[in-house]
Design a protein around this ligand. Structure first.
Ligand SMILES: [Mg+2]
Ligand SMILES: [Zn+2]
Length: 209
């Protein structure tokens, strides 16, 4: 079975508008996609990457966001991406707070390692894209290429920086020289492993159509 090339996307600040500092996105009514994001994810899928979300959501641990709230946001996200011709394969969530000492809250790489293991991802030819240094550090720890959304001086030495996820397909093409290294089309139809990750990373239900 060939290995899969993946794009591992941070959520808040990359896919959707961030909550003000110290606040959380608690409802689908506050979950607003940034411009061009659904189309960009569609374009990444067209480049033969499988797209995942890896997100810290400590609002769960703090009791201000429920799993049902998250499900609703993520259903809307996956639907919007689907309308743009793309697919989010799976969403990996860390629901813990710093004090929980888990292995999945970024900058720890647990969420990424769970995705890599569950989906036979070729980490060295895969990317994390995030807007925090903790995303870049998690990506480096998992052996991925790293892309930072924001100014280079904040990037924790990411491999590439960009203003918006909209620019990611073009940047990735320039790194890989186009579509030549894509996994065969058949690879994208495999079912994810039902096994729970051992890292205590919480995995959302598989993508619903
Ligand atoms: Mg973020
Ligand atoms: Zn965690």
């Amino acid at each position: 079975m060939p290995l899969v090339r993946a794009i591992l996307l941070d959520r808040d600040g990359v896919i959707n508008r961030k909550a003000p500092k110290g606040e959380y996105i608690t409802s689908h009514t506050e979950f607003t996609l940034l411009p061009g994001v659904a189309e960009a994810i569609g374009a990444l899928c067209n480049l033969q990457f499988e797209v995942f979300v890896v997100t810290n959501q400590r609002g769960i641990a703090r009791g201000c966001v429920s799993w049902a709230d998250l499900d609703r946001m993520h259903s809307e996200l996956t639907a919007a991406v689907g309308r743009a011709g793309g697919r989010i394969r799976q969403i990996y969530i860390c629901p813990h707070d710093d004090s929980d000492g888990c292995e999945c809250r970024k900058p720890k790489p647990g969420l990424l390692l769970a995705a890599i293991r569950d989906h036979r991802i070729d980490a060295a030819n895969s990317w994390i894209i995030g807007d925090s240094a903790s995303d870049v550090l998690a990506g480096k720890a998992a052996g991925c290429k790293t892309m930072f959304v924001g100014p280079p001086e904040m990037s924790a030495d990411a491999d590439a920086c960009l203003d918006s996820l909209r620019n990611a397909p073009g940047i990735i093409q320039s790194f890989t020289g186009g579509r030549g290294q894509g996994a065969p089309a058949g690879a994208t139809s495999r079912q994810p492993s039902p096994k729970s990750p051992e890292t205590a990373a919480i995995v959302s239900p598989p993508f619903r159509t």
